[in-house]
Ligand binder design. Structure first.
Ligand SMILES: [Zn+2]
Length: 317
């Protein structure tokens, strides 16, 4: 499942090729992938055809394309569990799970030369999708939407309505630690559940949550409000560091389906300390001469990985 660094890798990959390009032809191959576009596939194709891309933006795991002279709507892309956004030569055959095919005019290749490219949304499990979302102006530095204002108001920055409920992520320069800390203090459930809540902090999925918790020596079920401020800071810093490291290496390729726009996988899985490491010795404990084997435990339908020695279960949990 793609997490924030993978989505950011995709965003950067797209931005390097499609800024200034026009959506010349938009074809919905499988309507299920545009189900969040309530007016249907034909409307989706009609609205987008002829739009010129001026920016590729991201918040959390949502990507969106902004168009020239268009303050009404953006094209939002969510990769879900298995979605891929690929840029390919139009002559290459359709992928087995191709869902949306967009012919671009004026896209550029690796050397910056204009090249015929198609943007292909490929999704095996169909949890992801594309849809057009109205743009709302944001009214403060934290990027909160301004209720009731029209999109063209006052030249303010704009955010798609569908993304407005998503909190900023730890890599965002406007991430508000104070606000996250206040949410923590009001939360008696376990810290990992909060880390995965996109309205509290975005972009932290299962892999990076486990890595950040390991770095901050926290058990996933420790009540959020019982965590001291310094540890909370450490946790957010750890999430940021682990995401930056992953980003530098092109994302994590645990899921063979995850690839960047060129179809290449990232290599971050070689540097994971906790996630997927059940039965391996905890690297931190090993440094002090102790062999403590990482364990895998069920967590909300998935798994959590931790060191039983340095991420001890809190009392009463
Ligand atoms: Zn340990």
């Amino acid at each position: 499942m793609p997490e924030l660094p993978e989505v950011e890798v995709v965003r950067r990959g797209l931005a390097g090729h499609i800024l200034g390009a026009v959506l010349e032809r938009v074809q919905v191959v499988d309507g299920r992938s545009v189900r969040r576009h309530e007016a249907g596939p034909v409307d989706f194709e009609r609205l987008l055809t002829g739009q010129r891309i001026i920016d590729v933006a991201r918040r959390g795991k949502y990507l969106w394309l902004l168009f020239e002279g268009n303050e009404e709507f953006a094209l939002v892309i969510h990769l879900g569990m298995s979605g891929q956004v690929l840029l390919k030569n139009p002559e290459l055959p359709a992928e087995k799970h191709l869902k949306v095919l967009i012919d671009l005019a004026g896209a550029t290749d690796e050397s910056g030369r204009e090249a015929p490219l198609t943007l292909r949304f490929v999704d095996q499990r169909i949890f992801g999708g594309m849809f057009v979302s109205p743009l709302l102006p944001v009214h403060n530095a934290a990027g909160e939407p301004m209720p009731g204002a029209s999109a063209s108001a006052l030249g303010l920055p704009l955010i798609p309505q569908a993304v407005a409920h998503i909190a900023r992520d730890p890599l965002d320069p406007h991430f508000d630690f104070g606000q996250f800390r206040r949410t923590m203090l009001g939360t008696s459930t376990g810290i990992k559940k909060l880390l995965l809540d996109q309205s509290a902090i975005s972009g932290v999925g299962n892999i990076y949550a486990d890595e950040a918790l390991w770095r901050a020596r926290l058990h996933y079920a420790k009540p959020a409000k019982s965590i001291p401020a310094s540890t909370a800071r450490e946790l957010v810093d750890a999430a940021r560091t682990v995401m930056r490291d992953a980003l530098a290496q092109g994302g994590t390729s645990f899921d063979a389906l995850y690839v960047n726009v060129n179809g290449e996988s990232g290599y971050f899985d070689r540097s994971l300390n906790a996630y997927g490491q059940a039965g391996q010795p905890c690297p931190r404990c090993l440094e002090t001469g102790r062999t403590s084997l990482m364990v895998r435990e069920p967590f909300g339908g998935r798994s959590s990985y931790r060191c039983p020695h340095c991420q001890r279960k809190p009392r009463g949990v």
